[in-house]
Design a protein around this ligand. Structure first.
Ligand code: ADP
Ligand code: TRP
Length: 321
């Protein structure tokens, strides 16, 4: 099976990114043909600072490798190193209803946050469709927030196929039913844009402080509590075995749980969980030249995979004459 997903270099990666996308991707490298890329063209919709974008791109690459992505086993590259994706985007624009893009939750959210509604922001999902269709991705591991983007991709692929004959594989989103969306410190979806994240590679003191600020209710210690409505419980569960989770849920329901103790335990668990990656990261970041080489070699391999699809598309739409 061909599994594919991308991530934006638009800020420090958090545990929502990890459990929603990075962890499933890293697991797939053992069993599938895996395409993993850093979507720097997409990040331009929020980062218009050249130095920051370039540095952020390398940071995400180091993060992914530190967490266990093996460039020998997968296609791993930076989106803009295969610029053919922008050619396909233009072609797909002609199969995309403007109304569909205007209804996108993510577009509406961003406008509401005060971001200027420029064309890049509106056509973001078309570029994402090109990312997926160019490599004929079958399965796309993402968080639930990306589900609508996948539906747009499918819609575009159907339209193209019904106009020009079977060309694109129709991809499917893969959303972990147990963790569709990781909650942030304030109880909303964890997201870089809400400033409510727990970063994977956070400084120790900052992480402790952030965890201490996780919003909890005012139920007295002795009273029973509902674990399913407690965002601290939901977060610590990410780091617990099913038995440990059940045991903590039982203690919540019985009463006597002190939120500050659970916060200390969450810090300890999370710090330990990412320890091997933190250590690997320290080594990797010493040789950025090597990271660049890995990405450039990955782009060459990805480009070769993209070529037959783009050439078929060009032929079908009549660009080859
Ligand atoms: P952010 O919302 O922080 O900007 P991105 O849009 O860059 O995150 O998301 C990168 C990947 O991580 C996507 O597959 C997205 O669905 C996933 N993701 C982001 N936030 C969460 C979350 N809170 N829970 C689960 N998955 C998430
Ligand atoms: N839109 C995705 C996000 O914000 C990133 C992305 C770009 C992507 N191209 C993709 C995800 C292709 C999966 C497949 O997270």
């Amino acid at each position: 099976m061909r599994v594919l997903s991308g991530i934006q270099p638009s800020g420090d990666l958090h545990i929502g990114n990890y459990f929603g996308m990075m962890k499933p991707m890293i697991e797939y490298q053992e069993t599938s043909e895996l395409y993993c890329f850093i979507v720097n063209y997409h990040a331009m919709t929020s980062v218009l600072d050249g130095k920051k974008l370039a540095a952020g791109t390398l940071e995400v690459a180091v993060d992914f490798l530190a967490l266990g992505l093996d460039p020998e086993k997968v296609f791993f590259w930076v989106q803009s190193d295969v610029p053919e994706v922008t050619e396909l985007t233009w072609i797909l624009n002609n199969f995309t209803a403007v109304g569909l893009l205007l209804r996108s939750h993510s577009y509406k959210d961003k406008i509401q946050q005060g971001i200027a509604p420029n064309h890049g922001l509106l056509s973001y999902p078309v570029l994402m469709a090109a990312d997926i269709l160019l490599y004929q991705g079958e399965r796309v591991p993402v968080g639930k927030d990306q589900q609508q983007h996948l539906e747009i991709t499918r819609d575009i692929a159907f339209k193209f196929n019904s106009t020009f004959g079977e060309t694109f594989v129709i991809p499917e989103a893969e959303i972990n039913p147990n963790i569709p969306l990781v909650v942030g410190m304030d109880g909303r979806k964890m997201s870089k844009s809400y400033n409510n994240t727990l970063e994977i590679f956070c400084d120790e003191k900052i992480l402790r402080d952030k965890i201490a600020r996780i919003v909890t209710d005012a139920t007295p210690v002795a009273d029973p509590k509902d674990p399913d409505r407690c965002n601290l419980f939901i977060t610590i569960s990410l780091f617990l075995s099913p038995e440990e989770k059940e045991e903590l849920a039982h203690r919540y329901r019985k009463g006597g749980v002190k939120y500050s103790d659970v916060k200390k335990e969450l810090f300890a668990r999370m710090w330990e969980y990412f320890k091997p990656a933190r250590e690997k990261r320290k080594v990797l970041e010493k040789d950025i030249g090597r990271i660049r080489d890995i990405l450039k070699a990955g782009a060459e391999k990805a480009r070769a995979k993209a070529a037959p699809t783009l050439s078929l598309v060009r032929q079908r739409v009549g660009l080859d004459y």
